[in-house]
Design a protein around this ligand. Sequence first.
Ligand code: HEM
Length: 203
Amino acid sequence: MSNYVDRFNAFDRILHWTVAISFFLLVLSALGLYAHPFFGYFDLFGGPQQGIMVHKAAGVIFFVGWLLLFLRHASDTCRFDADDRKWIAKLGGYLSRKHQEIPQGKFNAGQKLFGIFAIIAALVMGATGYIIWEPTAFERGLTQFALLLHAIFFTLSMVGLIVHVYLATVGNPGTLEGMLYGQVRKSWAKKHASKWFKKVAKS
Ligand code: HEM
């Protein structure tokens, strides 16, 4: 009998890594625009104009990919039950030495909150990105407000991403296997997503 259980199909994984790669391209190509000391990062793309072109193209890929990824997981991400509220009240047990057993579905409440924050951020970044795409297309005040929101949500997204990458890798060993190979160990599923595991084990 296999020690593994299916978690993400090929489509889910290709979509996730397309979103992740486009996100990193967005960050690298944005650094030169974000603050003067990072201007040299444009050299990675052959200069400021090319960097901005890459930023625009990666922005469109990220936005469409992220919408698809969110819709794909929306039924798991947008539903919170009593166990999720317990998870949030105890901050997932991350601030305690004792292991806390809080049964969770396919995604824990923290992952659900990250997914919801990320879709809000993508919508704000997409809308403000559209306004600043051609800096003289809209009224000056609106463009400046859009630039400010774009920079604030970029900073918040970076914080979210650092936490996401940490928890999906060294913070919770075994999690990355699911996004790389499509399967996770049954022991991982029982520990991290026991309600989801019971459901998939039955089918
Ligand atoms: C190097 C970068 C990244 C790594 C290593 C990574 C890793 C992972 C892993 C291992 C999972 C599966 C979690 C599980 O099975 O419970 C996952 C899920 C997910 N990832 Fe990423 N990811 C990265 C970048 C991103 C980016 C840039 C986004 C979007 C902005 C993103 C959004 C998501 C979402 C929405 C999920 C599903 C729910 C969740 O875990 O929050 N990831 N990621």
